[in-house]
Design a binder for this molecule. Structure first.
Ligand SMILES: [Zn+2]
Length: 461
């Protein structure tokens, strides 16, 4: 590994008019460099190395592994990656983490969540699963969560969010995108954004202002007035978040409405994310391409034309298998005593179509109380393989480097490479396939965020 060795001084006499006589250039270890921490003897070290722009096409099916792998860490950065013998020869550290028998990977990146919300939605969920009407009518849906969120104090929302971040970190997620969306009224959306932007936690949170989620009923006849309010909040929102999100979906907002707000956000320097085509083709993928969105998410009904346009524009396709599972979209419905068709039996094709269109594909939880209450990216990986029929390498690439790319962070994290943030997970299993093959338990053993150990044996330290 050339980065672990320095070129020995070549004697001046050996230099010729032709330059250095290559035969005389020898490499030997220089004095060991002192660093803060070494991780040694990983049974398998999964680098997830790839271009900063993300991995697409056939390249998704490969992922680099190093047997008896090791890392050197200085401060919050990785300084070297290689075999244990290479690292031991070149680096010394006061803190040695022994990863013998274990898998070592980059920290997982979750690029779509709605972290702050009030209330739960478990009561309405039972009637969805059973297709039985509740005995007593009950409120539900996004507007119910918005009411419960409005009723929740700042302290209650922050306390719940910090607890959720603890769980995510202990399960191996080291970077999370967190969007608002349960305010609906813009002053409330801005409250949620201020709280999100102010969170202090070792799991790094990237805030997004969800300007258009669903239309409050009272604006049914005043849609443009609602758009004007959303745009009026942007000068404040852009101080708190790098991203503005719009929902381009048959049940939410149209292409033109999202374009209006998206362009206003871009004019203020915000980058764009799109909830696209979840319940039908609203041309959300095309909108994402038009706005050069960092990512468009859901994409259940996105057209091939839209996916190709996203690939061309560099917009990541972020898929959310937890939503598909939780909403029983691939499960046949009861039709009396027999089974009817599933709502979205085509979902496995969504991932294949996005890959074949050439998009960089990422995976995410969409953590929220209604459509996906799991905070675990491990669960998302396990579901993605099963529901989309993805291979192990595809799944890992989509939750590490490609997920970082969906947050425009491909240069800084998402893989184990010198110079990147030392966000690292040591797993209780020996190979990356085992993380996907097993499911239902936390397999993250030790988690490091920015070079510091933040969880051991699945618990925060
Ligand atoms: Zn969402």
């Amino acid at each position: 590994m050339s980065q672990l060795f320095a070129e020995s001084r070549v004697p001046r006499a050996a230099r010729t008019a032709r330059g250095v006589d290559i035969a005389l250039v020898v490499y030997r270890p220089i004095a060991k460099l002192d660093v803060d921490r070494l991780v040694l003897h990983a049974a398998e070290l999964l680098t997830c190395r790839g271009p900063q722009s993300g991995i697409h096409g056939a390249a998704l099916r490969a992922v680099e592994t190093i047997t008896d792998g090791a890392l050197a860490i200085q401060g919050e950065r990785i300084v070297a990656v290689g075999t244990s013998s290479d690292i031991i020869a070149a680096y010394a550290a006061p803190d040695i983490v022994d990863a013998a028998g274990k898998l070592v990977t980059p920290g997982l990146v979750d690029p779509h969540s709605h972290l702050l919300y009030g209330g739960t939605r478990h009561e309405e969920y039972e009637s969805k699963v059973t297709q039985r009407a509740p005995e007593t009518p009950m409120e539900g849906g996004i507007r119910y969560t918005a009411r419960k969120t409005r009723e929740a104090s700042d302290g209650a929302l922050i306390g719940q969010a910090l607890g959720d971040l603890d769980v995510m970190l202990a399960h191996g997620t080291t970077t999370l995108e967190a969007k608002t969306g349960y305010g609906l009224e813009q002053d409330e959306e801005l409250r949620l954004l201020r709280l999100t932007a102010g969170l202090k936690h070792p799991l790094q949170v990237v805030p997004t202002y969800l300007a258009l989620h669903v239309l409050p009923h009272e604006y049914a006849r005043r849609r443009q007035a609602y758009l004007e309010q959303a745009m009026a909040a942007l000068p404040e929102a852009c101080k708190l978040a790098p991203y503005c999100d719009v929902s381009c979906d048959p049940g939410s907002f149209t292409f033109d409405e999202c374009l209006q707000v998206g362009e206003a956000a871009r004019a203020l320097g915000m980058k764009i994310r799109v909830h696209a085509d979840q319940h039908g083709d609203a041309r959300g993928a095309l909108l994402a391409a038009r706005l050069q969105a960092s990512s468009a998410d859901h994409l259940d009904y996105a057209s091939d034309e839209g996916l190709r346009a996203m690939a061309h524009a560099g917009s990541v396709a972020t898929l959310l298998p937890g939503v598909t599972l939780h909403l029983c979209e691939m499960t046949p419905r009861f039709e009396g005593a027999v089974l009817g068709p599933a709502e979205k039996p085509f979902m496995p094709l969504v991932a294949r179509r996005a890959i074949e269109a050439g998009t960089v594909v990422a995976l995410s939880t969409d953590y929220n109380p209604g459509s996906c209450p799991t905070p675990s990216m491990q669960m998302v990986m396990q579901l993605a393989a099963r529901l989309y029929r993805l291979g192990y390498a595809e799944t890992w690439n989509m939750c590490t480097l490609n997920a970082a790319r969906a947050l425009d962070l491909g240069r800084d994290r998402g893989s184990l490479e010198p110079g990147k943030r030392a966000d690292i997970v040591i797993w209780s299993v020996a190979t990356h396939g085992m993380v996907i093959n097993r499911f239902g338990v936390n397999l993250a053993d030790t988690v490091m965020a920015s070079g510091k150990v933040v969880a051991r044996s699945g618990r925060l330290v």
